[in-house]
Write a protein that binds this ligand. Structure first.
Ligand SMILES: NC(=O)C1=CN([C@@H]2O[C@H](COP(=O)(O)OP(=O)(O)OC[C@H]3O[C@@H](n4cnc5c(N)ncnc54)[C@H](O)[C@@H]3O)[C@@H](O)[C@H]2O)C=CC1
Ligand SMILES: CC(C)CC(=O)C(=O)O
Length: 363
C-alpha cells in the first residue's frame, strides 16, 4: 500500500506509529477527520498477520469513526488505534502506560476508549498518563461501553425488523448471531427477553456454551453461521463478513449487528440492496458505545446517554426512508447523512477566529 496515496484518496489527516521496546508496544493511531471535533475512537488489540494489515485496519476503522460520530450527531471527529499483539498473552501495564504517553503527546487531537481486545483495566492504565481516555473504572466515567452498544444494536434490530417485516417485535424471529463476546452476550439478553430464537457461533467455545445455557440458544460451528435458516443475521465479531463468498449463503432478510466495517467492499452493499436485504449500516447501528463514552466529556449522565442511544432507532428509520425514496443502498444513504453534516460544519468554519491555540495568541 502506498500510504500517502491512500491517505490523500480518503482524506486522512494523520497516522502515528508508536513503538516502545521496553514494553513491546507497537501501536498505530489513525486520525481520519477532525472537522467536527477531536477524534474519538477505541483501541483494538489484535494479532495481525502483517504490519500492512494492521495499518489498513487502523485506517478503515478510523474513517468509520468519522462517519459514526457524525451520523450520531456528536461533535467529534474519527480516529482509532490498533495495538499489534495477542491480548491474552502480550499485555503488560507498561505497554498501556507508554501508549497513554503517546496519546498525551497528541494534546487532545485523539481520545481513546475500549474496543476488541482491550478492557476497562487497560483504560485505567492509560489514564495514569493522560486524561484523553474514556471508559475507565472511575465513578465519574461511563465505564465499559459494550452493554450500551448492545442496547443500541437491540433498538436498531427492531428498526430494521420493522422495515423488513412491517413490525418491530422480534418475538418468534430467528436471529443468527456471529460472535458472542461482550456486545453480543448483552444483546442476546435483550433479544431472548423479547422472545427471539437465537442461533450463536463463536470461535471461543466457552462463550458459546455460556449463551446456550443462558438463552437456550442453538450453537453452530463458526463457518456454518452463514447457512442457517434465520430472519436476521447479526454480525458481532469482526468485519468484512458480508462478501462474495457469504452473500449467496445468507438466508436472512435483515443484516444488523455490532461489527465494524461489515461490508468487505461497497460493491457488497450494492449486491445486498439488489437482493432486497435490509442492511442496517454498521456505524449507525453500533454507535451506542461511542454515544455513551462521549457523554463523559460533558460530565457523564447515564439517563441522558441512554436516551440518546435510543435515537439509533430513528436514525435508522431515516436511513431506510432515504434508501427507499432514492432507491439507493442503505450504506450510501447513511454516508450521505454523515457527509452532509461534516460539510455543513466545514463550510461554517470559513472565518478566521483567534483561539487559545493560535500562533498569534502566544504573543
Ligand atoms: N464493544 C463495543 O462497545 C463496540 C464494539 N463494536 C464492534 O463490535 C464487535 C464485537 O465487539 P466486542 O463484543 O466488544 O468484542 P469481543 O472481543 O468481546 O467479542 C467478539 C467475539 O467474536 C468472536 N469471534 C472472533 N472471530 C470470530 C469468527 N470468525 N467467528 C465467530 N466468532 C468470532 C470472539 O471469539 C469474541 O467472542 C467488534 O467488531 C467491535 O469493533 C462496535 C462498536 C462498539
Ligand atoms: C467502543 C467505542 C467506545 C468506540 C469505538 O471505537 C467504536 O464505536 O467502534
Amino acid at each position: 500500500m502506498e500510504i500517502f496515496t491512500y491517505m490523500e484518496k480518503y482524506d486522512y489527516e494523520q497516522l502515528v506509529f508508536c513503538q516502545d521496546k521496553n514494553s513491546g508496544l507497537k501501536a498505530i493511531i489513525a486520525i481520519h477527520d477532525t472537522t467536527l471535533g477531536p477524534a474519538l475512537g477505541g483501541t483494538r488489540m489484535w494479532t495481525y498477520d502483517s504490519e500492512a494489515e494492521a495499518i489498513e485496519d487502523a485506517l478503515r476503522l478510523a474513517k468509520g469513526m468519522t462517519y459514526k460520530n457524525a451520523a450520531a450527531g456528536l461533535d467529534l471527529g474519527g480516529g482509532k488505534t490498533v495495538i499489534i499483539g495477542d491480548p491474552k498473552k502480550d499485555k503488560n501495564p507498561e505497554m498501556f502506560r507508554a501508549f497513554g504517553r503517546y496519546i498525551q503527546g497528541l494534546n487532545g487531537r485523539y481520545i481513546t476508549a475500549e474496543d476488541v481486545g482491550t478492557t476497562e483495566d487497560d483504560m485505567d492504565l492509560i489514564h495514569l498518563e493522560t486524561d484523553f481516555v474514556t471508559g475507565t473504572s472511575e465513578a465519574s466515567s461511563s465505564g465499559n461501553p459494550s452493554p450500551v452498544t448492545a442496547y443500541g444494536i437491540y433498538k436498531g434490530i427492531k428498526a430494521a425488523a420493522k422495515e423488513a417485516f412491517g413490525e418491530d417485535s422480534v418475538k418468534g424471529r430467528t436471529i443468527a448471531i456471529q460472535g458472542v463476546g461482550n456486545v453480543a452476550y448483552a444483546l442476546c439478553e435483550y433479544l431472548h427477553e423479547e422472545g427471539a430464537k437465537l442461533i450463536v457461533a463463536d470461535i471461543n467455545k466457552a462463550a458459546v456454551a455460556k449463551a446456550v445455557e443462558a438463552f437456550d440458544a442453538k450453537a453452530v460451528d463458526p463457518e456454518d453461521i452463514y447457512d442457517v435458516d434465520c430472519d436476521i443475521y447479526s454480525p458481532c465479531a469482526l468485519g468484512a463478513t458480508i462478501n462474495e463468498e457469504t452473500i449467496p449463503r445468507l438466508k436472512a432478510k435483515v443484516i444488523a449487528g455490532s461489527a465494524n466495517n461489515q461490508l468487505k467492499t461497497t460493491e457488497h452493499g450494492d449486491i445486498i440492496h439488489e437482493k432486497g436485504i435490509v442492511y442496517a449500516p454498521d456505524y449507525v447501528i453500533n454507535s451506542g458505545g461511542v454515544i455513551n463514552v462521549a457523554d463523559e466529556l460533558h460530565g457523564y449522565n447515564q439517563a441522558r446517554a441512554k436516551k440518546k442511544v435510543e435515537t439509533i432507532y430513528d436514525s435508522l428509520n431515516k436511513v431506510f426512508e432515504i434508501s427507499r425514496r432514492d432507491n439507493i443502498p442503505t450504506y450510501v444513504a447513511a454516508d450521505r447523512m454523515a457527509e452532509e453534516r461534516i460539510e455543513s460544519v466545514r463550510n461554517s468554519r470559513n472565518q478566521f477566529l483567534l483561539n487559545n491555540h493560535h500562533v498569534l495568541s502566544r504573543r
